[in-house]
Design a protein around this ligand. Sequence first.
Ligand code: NAP
Length: 295
Amino acid sequence: MKTILQIGTKGQVGWELLRTCVPLGNLVALDYPDVDLSDSDGLRKLVNEVKPQIIINAAAYTNVDKAESEIALARAINATGPAVLAEEAKKLKAVLLHYSTDYVFDGSKGSPYLESDPTKPINVYGQTKLEGEQAIEASGCVNLVLRTSWVYSVRQGGFVTKVLQWARQQEVMRVVDDQISSPTSARMLAELSALILVQGREDVYGYLQEKGGLFHCAGGGSCSRYEWAKAILELDPKKEEQIAQRLEPAKSSDFPVPATRPMVSVLNCDKLTENFGIKQPDWKKSLQLVMDAEF
Ligand SMILES: NC(=O)c1ccc[n+]([C@@H]2O[C@H](COP(=O)([O-])OP(=O)(O)OC[C@H]3O[C@@H](n4cnc5c(N)ncnc54)[C@H](OP(=O)(O)O)[C@@H]3O)[C@@H](O)[C@H]2O)c1
C-alpha cells in the first residue's frame, strides 16, 4: 500500500479529501497546528519521518482580504511551504498534489482562461498562490497542480452556507453580479483528485511524470455571484425557513473590501478532460447533488 501524507484536513477540500483518499493507501493526515506550512524545518522533518509516495497539500492561507495586511504569513504558507514540500517530494521521488486558484489571473481576458495564459494576480493571495505554483514547477518534482475557483461545501464557512444563513436573517439580500467565475464543489474536487491518483495504479509516480503538471479544474459553466446565490436559494431544501423576500443584484464597488477580486476568472478545463478523461459536472448540477446529499 502507498503511504499518503495529507496536509490540511479541516478545510473545505481537506475534509472531503480525507474521505476520498482513505481507500487509496496508508493515509497520514494532519492539520494546523500539528503541521505548520510556515515552519519549513518542521515540514521537512515531517515529510522525512512519514516518507510518503504521495503528498497532498490541501492547506493554504485562504483569507483573501486579510492577506493584504499579512503578506509575510500568506507568502510563508502559500509559497514557501509548497516550495519545501516540492523539494522534499523531489528528493523522496514522491508525487505532490497541490491546489491553486483562478486569482492568479487579473480577470480581464474576457473569455475562459487556459493554463498557458499569462498570469497577473491583483491581490496578495493570488500573488502568493502563484509563487507556490512557480516554486513547485521550478523544483522539478512530479506534481499535479489543480487550479480551481469559488470552492464551496455545505459543511462550513463558504459562500453557500453564508447565503443560506443570510436568507434566514435578511428580508432583502444584495449580492454582486459583476464577479463571474465557476462554483466548484469541494467534494467533486476531492473525488476528481482521487480518481486521477487512482489512474496511476501502482505507479502513480511514473503516471504523473508523464501526464502531470498544471491543470484547470473547476465546476462546468460559469455564473455571477448573484446567479449563484439565486440557485442556492432555489435549491435550499428548507426553503420554509427563509425570511428573504428579495434578492437584488449589486456591484463589487458597493461592498468595499481590502483585496481587489478579478471580475471574470472563468477557467477553461478542457486540458484536464483531454488528459485524464474526466470533468467536473456543470456547476448547477453539482450544487444540486451536494445540497440533496447534505440535508
Ligand atoms: N476557497 C476557495 O474559494 C478557493 C478558490 C480557489 C482555490 N482554492 C484553493 O483550494 C485549496 C483548498 O481551499 P479550501 O477552500 O479548502 O481552504 P480552507 O477551507 O480555508 O482550508 C484551509 C486549511 O488550511 C489550514 N491552514 C491554514 N494555515 C495553515 C498553516 N500554517 N499550516 C497548515 N495548515 C494551515 C487551515 O487551518 P485553520 O482552519 O486552522 O486555519 C484549513 O484547514 C487551497 O489551496 C486554496 O488556495 C480555494
